[in-house]
Design a protein around this ligand. Structure first.
Ligand code: C2O
Ligand code: CU
Length: 667
């Protein structure tokens, strides 16, 4: 059973348990004692069932069960036991004296157990991991308050005679004392919950804020200003503007664009060239930036508004400059209100080819087919095409073909290549070690990720199938004259997924990932948390939302390890700026193929990933879910190097232009 199936099973049993306790209380209240007895037995069984599901889930990791083990189950066990002890004898008694009235206390005890079961479920859904004292106290107080209130309501008809009742003072005492405990616990819980997050140290190790390092501002962390000898300067001007654009399908949409086109201008370079891009904004009211996704630029060029620069508001500009030292397939996009901006078209491709190719003869280059194919969904229409909007290409048999797939959407896409074997030459721009030839497999490309597929053109047609849609995708034909009919395309829908963790050939790791200098655990979930100053049902990291998630602090040269845990029922494509991470394992199974250096990895529901990287690029770097709406809903934090500061404030919100109106720093 997968972890996410176990999570669902546990939710189901927990829900049934709530229902069983409520039903027991209610049936007893209406004097259906025999049914109540059966329901009580079911409720008790359900507790035992949850002990089993929680124990199984605990085997997958403490993060999946912490709040259940420390609060939900104990609370239910205590109240359930009390309910059995209080109501059980009366229920057993029922056959002999069915007409005997049911004491209110029995019903109260059963309903209290129901409240406890409900509280456990609510804590799981609204608070999750990690359980805090604040949450625990509030939950206990609410269960207590529910029980007291129920007691009052049920006792109300008897109130008039209560004066003469010998139990009166005792009941009064219980009410007052219970009320005091409830108010005390609830007050303490709320107080604890409202306390500000203890600043910084989210990770292990001693606080790196030694104070011995001279502070350096992100504005001073800028890249090379000249190409390597023999390289050239590549200058681009990108103007962010709204525009009406025509999709390859012919349909017109209102888009947000760089340069009036989607995708924006294709940025290409040869290794060692200098890339200089002047970004201007005409009329994108949110403001814009350029983030070089997967490209490890110096921090000051990273394009993170509020961290590495101010957002570029209408009428403003910002100049990015970096050397094309990394070969491969990348992309760029706005990082300002990116959940909206990227979706509407503020993105483009960045491809850097190896330098030695320049020395080779031009003719050899011309005989290759090298296609950059970003996937993007506009208003529900999925588009995959090259820079010219073409989806059909011709290449003589034997031509070396490279397809650069880029997922610019927020959800994963599935690719299948019908008609030819192929290799996955690179993942996220980085070459794999000796990738083997595969055929009849599907590839799942995470949001933000890239795959380079290579093969020799066969003498029959090839189809790149996207998300099992045999009509769309990209077609390659061996000769132009064969373009007459649509070649039959295999049904790829049943093809198995190629697991890249076990693809290609291993090489020794460049570091010992078992001895990290820093270790951070990132538990992804949903829950109630503060996001941008407002309470929200957020996408959370360790129970918090951006910007209230403590920074991860590292020192230059550290070997850093992340454990990324997905407790939720959605996929989270995790993305760290400025560094590729080496995949160590998924769900405890080590990566056994080629080293996988990625900038985005899909953490599916219930999965636990271990990754490591060298902190070798000083700065303050965003670390977030690349399902961009999730990032917007809180799933975003920062990795900060010791001694690096920023003069910029948070400006990532929808109203980010507020800060954009401030004069730009450093430009
Ligand atoms: Cu492509 Cu911070 O993202
Ligand atoms: Cu996510």
């Amino acid at each position: 059973m997968t972890t996410s199936q176990l999570i669902l099973l546990d939710h189901a049993v927990a829900l049934l348990s709530v229902a069983a306790w409520f039903a027991t209380g209610v049936t007893l209240a209406i004097r259906r004692a025999r049914l109540a007895f059966a329901l009580l037995a079911a409720a008790v069984l359900m507790i035992l069932g949850r002990v089993v599901t929680v124990a199984m889930l605990a085997g997958r990791g403490w993060w999946f069960v912490q709040e259940k083990v420390l609060l939900g189950l104990p609370l239910l066990a205590v109240t359930g036991l009390a309910a059995v002890l209080i109501a059980g004898p009366r229920l057993l008694d029922t056959r002999r004296t069915p007409s005997k009235p049911v004491p209110a206390s029995n019903v109260v005890a059963l309903l209290a157990a129901a409240y406890a079961a409900l509280a456990g479920l609510v804590v799981t859904f609204l608070a999750g991991y990690p359980l805090t004292w604040g949450t625990a106290l509030i939950a206990i107080a609410l269960v207590g308050a529910g029980a007291l209130l129920t007691a009052r309501v049920l006792a109300a008809p008897a109130e008039k005679t209560a004066d003469s009742h010998p139990g009166f003072s005792r009941r009064r005492f219980i009410t007052v004392a219970g009320g005091a405990v409830v108010v005390g616990a609830g007050g303490a819980g709320v107080g604890l919950s409202l306390m500000p997050a203890e600043s910084v140290t989210a990770g292990g190790g001693p606080s790196p804020l030694s104070g011995s390092r001279a502070a350096v501002s992100v504005t001073d962390l800028r890249g090379a200003r000249r190409p390597t000898p023999g390289g050239t300067r590549r200058q681009y001007e990108l103007t962010a503007q709204t525009a009406r654009v025509r999709l390859p399908s012919g349909r017109e949409i209102d888009a947000w664009t760089y340069g009036g086109q989607v995708p924006g201008p294709a940025i290409t370079a040869t290794e060692g060239d200098l890339i200089k891009v002047t970004l201007r904004n005409t009329d994108i009211e949110d403001g814009v930036t350029l983030h070089w996704h997967g490209y490890d630029v110096a921090c000051g060029d990273d394009g993170a508004p509020g961290v590495t620069q101010d957002v570029v508001a209408p009428g403003q500009e910002f100049v990015y400059q970096f050397r094309a030292d990394q070969v491969g397939t990348y992309w760029y996009h706005t990082h300002q209100a990116s959940h909206r901006g990227v979706r509407r078209g503020l993105y483009g491709t960045l491809v850097v080819t190896p330098r030695d190719r320049r020395q080779g003869d031009e003719a050899a280059d011309a005989e290759k087919l090298d296609l950059t194919l970003p996937v993007h969904t506009f208003d529900g229409i999925m588009v995959i095409a090259d820079q010219d909007g073409r989806t059909e290409h011709t290449a003589p048999a034997g031509t070396p073909v490279r397809l650069r797939l880029i997922n610019t959407d927020s959800v994963p896409h599935w690719f299948a290549l019908a008609g030819t074997p192929f290799r996955v030459a690179a993942v996220d721009g980085r070459d794999l070690n000796r990738p083997g030839e595969v055929r009849g497999v599907k590839l799942r490309l995470p949001a933000g990720g890239r795959y380079d597929l290579v093969f020799g053109m066969p003498d029959t047609a090839v189809a790149l199938v996207l998300d099992n849609d045999r009509e769309g995708g990209v077609r390659l034909r061996p000769q132009a004259d064969s373009a007459g009919g649509t070649p039959a395309i295999e049904d790829t829908s049943g093809w198995p997924e190629l697991d890249l963790l076990h693809y290609g050939t291993p090489v020794a790791a460049p570091f010992d990932a078992d001895a990290p200098d820093r270790q951070f655990t990132i538990v992804l979930d949903r829950g109630v948390a503060m996001v941008d100053g407002g309470l929200a049902y957020a996408q959370t990291v360790n129970g918090r939302g951006h910007p209230s998630i403590p920074d991860q602090l590292v020192t230059e040269g550290d070997l850093v390890r992340f454990t990324v845990v997905n407790r939720s029922l959605e996929t989270h494509p995790w993305h760290l700026h400025g560094h590729p991470v080496l995949i160590l394992s998924r769900d405890g199974t080590p990566s056994s193929g080629s080293p996988l250096w990625v900038d985005t990895f899909d953490v599916r529901p219930g999965e636990v990933w271990e990754v490591a990287f060298k902190a070798a690029n000083p700065g303050i770097w965003m670390n977030h879910c690349h399902n961009l709406p999730h990032a917007h809903q809180g799933m975003m934090l920062r990795l900060r190097y010791d001694g690096v500061t920023t003069p910029f404030g948070h400006s990532h919100t929808a109203r980010g232009v507020d800060s954009a109106r401030n004069p730009s720093h450093g430009h």
